[in-house]
Design a protein. Sequence first.
Length: 362
Amino acid sequence: MEWWVSMPKIELHAHLNGSIRDSTLLELARVLGEKGAIVFSDVEHVIMKNDRSLGEVFKLFDLIHILTTDHKTVTRITKEVVEDFASENVVYLELRTTPKKNDSIGMSKQSYMEAVIEGLRAVTAVDIDFVPHKINTQDSLNSIAMNDACDGTRRKKTYVRLLLSIDRRETTEAAIETVKLALEMRGVGVVGIDLSGNPDVGEWNTFLPALKFAQEQGLYITLHCGEVPNRQEVQPMLDFLPQRIGHAIFFEEEEWRQLKTSKIPVEICLTSNIKTESISSIDIHHFVDLYNAKHPLVLCTDDAGVFSTSLSNEYKLASTTFGLGKREMFELARNGIEFIFAGDDVKQYLVGAFDSAAKKLN
Ligand code: 5GP
């Protein structure tokens, strides 16, 4: 097994519906095609297209949502996505998704999220820990021993935590509803709020009341920030002091300075940024500047299905493009422990898992 696959990894920026397998998407499209709800041949080439601009990606998401937004399918894709990440030795996964309402099928934001939780419960390929609880030391040591073996002979364990996304198309009231739901679902692994959706849509002030409320209530917050040039937004977002931000592409000099001073960790999504042409070439990606400045950062997939990538692939890509060795990549992955939205007990477990894997690094 290649080192980028076998090494333990932490995924902190993965959208549920963007991480769906192509095969599942095609199967769902075929079924809807047979029912006459869509024309399969029209949809097939849209799904299989490889490179898309950011605008085209959001059109694809509208199509994906038509195919996936029913309770059974949400449960299925959650199970598959978690199993896919676990199969490449992701030991801690923060999965984010936008709770959706669809009256015509009796779906509320809450029932959507219950279907997600059902998906976590349905995972069989690995042991999943998604409900926050105190780990006793012996359990912790036993689980590290289990996770120690990335050789497929013993059962692995993956921590999963959920972030609820506010879509930039939503109103202030809808955003507050999502935050309230997150608070109600704290006992089943929901730990924070993400602001995402088409960055050309919506205004910061619309979401601010909901984000402030979330912050006051102690939820963790991550924001998609600087995905498109928007001088009105980047600075207020940084001033807000979220626990992390995603992407950070279109920053002015002063904003880079503010980011570096603030030490807000950045979720870096290399393949996503290149495929959407947000960055013209990988060698000029801001990963290099942030890495050299020792700014907190973590490699992530964004939408493993939509961009045909995996977290292992992102590590391989960073290593080959930026000339970083196996040990440096291992350290980079391990540093991610500091930025997870979970308690010290989980962090302690992860440190143990990485320590144990480090012994096998040669
Ligand atoms: P879902 O929340 O439905 O599980 O995952 C898909 C949704 O995540 C998309 O409809 C979009 O709102 C959000 N999303 C996925 N990828 C990106 C991205 O690269 N940028 C932004 N801003 N939002 C994204």
